[in-house]
Design a protein around this ligand. Structure first.
Ligand SMILES: NC(=O)c1ccc[n+]([C@@H]2O[C@H](COP(=O)([O-])OP(=O)(O)OC[C@H]3O[C@@H](n4cnc5c(N)ncnc54)[C@H](O)[C@@H]3O)[C@@H](O)[C@H]2O)c1
Length: 309
């Protein structure tokens, strides 16, 4: 929405930085608040790394002068139309920060949290004027991936949900409205199920991190970029579609194919995952891998447009 022009971003880690890059690409005025010097520098480095590809992707110029840092939270938010909060995923910390933001922000300013799965009703419980609080949960890298889950808490107003929906759509995002809150929302619940199962398989020594990544990237993952699990399984049922699929694979739901409850993340399991992914990355730096991922995703967006369902 055009009337949302001044954005304040709280925390410039992976996600806060990703949001800033997307906001700048769409000519928003951004104020960043970040207590750590290291993280401020991370934002500057990411801006340099990603600017050419973002400008190409959106066919827009990024104006660096639209970004300022503020070292005082009150100054950072007192002119904001929308605040995007990206502090670490800890309930008490987020509640404290959201309360602070709501004290200094203009009354009608939308306060959006990037939380990956905390309930909005809990996060907004200390927020002054809580009807303007929402979850806007993005996916990394935020400057490329379109999905944002917009989740309503029990005090959030419908008007704010509609305004937020328009605002994020105008940033070329695919908004997914979640009116009935649930821990982990939608996408992370699905990701988490896969992640937990992977941890069990590795913990019990059946496969390496590389095997499990290939089990996705050369198979189901390729289909998922176009069709999700449900439409994919509709095709798995042959000419009778989902009906035949359910008749054939329904009984497997009773077999012990998944555990879902997570194994204990002990040192041995952590070491296996860390050394496994390090080996997979062939010693390429995070920057090199991020560039490779970004370029791939940008090409994939083009391909998705071509095959739009
Ligand atoms: N990493 C992901 O893939 C991902 C995806 C979607 C959503 N999220 C969510 O985004 C949020 C941020 O995650 P992240 O991965 O960017 O974490 P991160 O650790 O990379 O960044 C967190 C940032 O917050 C800063 N910070 C800490 N306390 C602060 C405070 N009181 N005020 C302002 N800044 C403060 C830290 O210095 C750091 O820069 C979390 O809620 C997370 O669940 C993460």
């Amino acid at each position: 929405m055009n009337k949302i022009k001044n954005i304040t971003v709280i925390g410039t880690g992976v996600i806060g930085t990703g949001w800033i890059l997307r906001f700048l690409a769409f000519n928003k005025k951004v104020t960043a608040y970040e207590p750590s010097v290291k993280q401020k520098n991370y934002l500057k480095k990411e801006l340099k790394r990603t600017k050419p590809s973002i400008e190409k992707l959106y066919n827009k110029k990024i104006n660096i002068n639209n970004l300022v840092f503020s070292s005082n939270i009150e100054d950072a938010v007192n002119k904001a139309d929308l605040i995007q909060e990206n502090v670490p995923e800890r309930l008490e910390l987020k509640k404290k920060v959201i309360n602070q933001l709501s004290q200094f922000a203009p009354k009608n300013c939308i306060i959006a949290s990037s939380s990956s799965g905390l309930l909005p009703s809990e996060l907004q419980s200390n927020c002054i004027n809580p009807k303007r609080f929402i979850i806007a949960h993005p996916f990394n890298p935020v400057y490329i991936l379109p999905l944002v889950e917009i989740v309503k808490g029990n005090k959030t107003s419908k008007i704010i949900m509609n305004e937020a929906n328009k605002f994020y759509k105008n940033l070329h995002m695919k908004t997914l409205i979640v009116n009935k809150e649930l821990p982990g929302f939608l996408s992370d619940r699905l990701q988490e199920a896969l992640w937990r199962e992977g941890l069990h398989i590795i913990n019990e020594g059946y496969a390496t991190t590389k095997d499990l990544d290939e089990a996705i990237t050369y198979g189901p993952g390729m289909r998922w970029a176009l069709m999700g699990t449900f439409l994919t399984f509709h095709l798995a049922g042959g000419e009778l579609g989902m009906k035949h699929m359910l008749d054939q694979f329904g009984p497997a739901l009773k077999l012990p194919w998944t555990k879902l409850k997570s194994p204990s993340l002990n040192k041995k399991l952590k070491d296996k995952i860390i050394t496994g992914t390090k080996k997979q990355s062939k010693n390429l730096s995070i920057n090199k891998l991020s560039n490779m991922r970004d370029n791939f995703l940008i090409d994939l967006l083009d391909l998705k447009k071509k095959y739009r369902l």
